[in-house]
Design a protein around this ligand. Structure first.
Ligand code: MN
Length: 229
């Protein structure tokens, strides 16, 4: 059978020192994985459980491309995150085997329509409009090899630091996240996992320049542009 129209292209992410790209399957995200961010969102870090949600590949913005301020929000927030890229997967992966499925890692930003997320939380409604919109997942160059388990995670807007934390403060580390996710979904090569954000999330405006860093991974830098009409 032939497709009735040309399908959208596979999303390929740049990889450091390699001309080939990383083909993206699904994008899993975890919320509430740093206790200081749980606190700033009004939650109780002693009882808050990490929560999983997804973004579609159309959320990705790579190669330093501009991010258009999305429509229908007055409160676009940045969340700097370590992103893990999988080269293989499976169901019910034990914590001890989880690292063997990691291809590499990158710096990502989970952009969030915070006003729509607050409405959704209040209504007990899904988060898709708040989290999964076009351009909601700017991502840097992937570095192959084990993902860092400690090191600074920071985000600056127009040169001013807004978020600053350490990877070792994750509630669930990367092996634990992979093990937990693989119990819910059969993980596959090409899947990405956004691993949560530390405190300091704040609003972005058109014209802002965002610089995000995680350990010594390649820096992610992008500009926020006006909402397309
Ligand atoms: Mn997030």
């Amino acid at each position: 059978m032939e497709p009735i129209f040309t399908p959208p292209p596979l999303r390929l992410l740049p990889i450091e020192n390699i001309s080939d790209g990383f083909p993206v399957g699904r994008i899993f995200c975890v919320g509430r994985n740093y206790s200081d961010h749980v606190k700033e969102m009004g939650g109780n870090p002693d009882t808050a459980q990490p929560v999983f949600f997804m973004k579609p590949p159309t959320a990705l913005v790579s190669r330093g491309g501009d991010v258009a301020y999305p429509p229908r929000t007055q409160d676009l927030h940045h969340e700097v995150e370590l992103v893990v890229a999988l080269k293989s997967g499976g169901r019910n992966i034990p914590v001890s085997q989880a690292a063997s499925h990691v291809y590499g890692s990158a710096v990502g930003v989970d952009l969030t329509r915070r006003d729509l997320q607050a409405e959704a939380k209040k209504a007990g409604a899904p988060w898709d409009a708040a989290k999964a919109f076009d351009g909601s997942a700017p991502i840097g160059t992937i570095r192959s090899g084990p993902a860092p388990s400690q090191g600074k995670i920071t985000l600056a807007v127009n040169g001013e630091t807004r978020q600053s934390g350490d990877l070792k403060d994750m509630t669930r580390d990367i092996p634990a996240l992979i093990a937990e996710l693989s119990g819910l979904f059969a993980l596959q090569a090409g899947d990405l996992i956004f691993t949560g954000t530390p405190a300091g999330v704040s609003a972005l405006e058109p014209g802002d320049v965002v610089a995000a860093r995680v350990a010594d991974l390649p820096e992610l830098k992008f500009k926020v542009t006006e909402t397309p009409r």
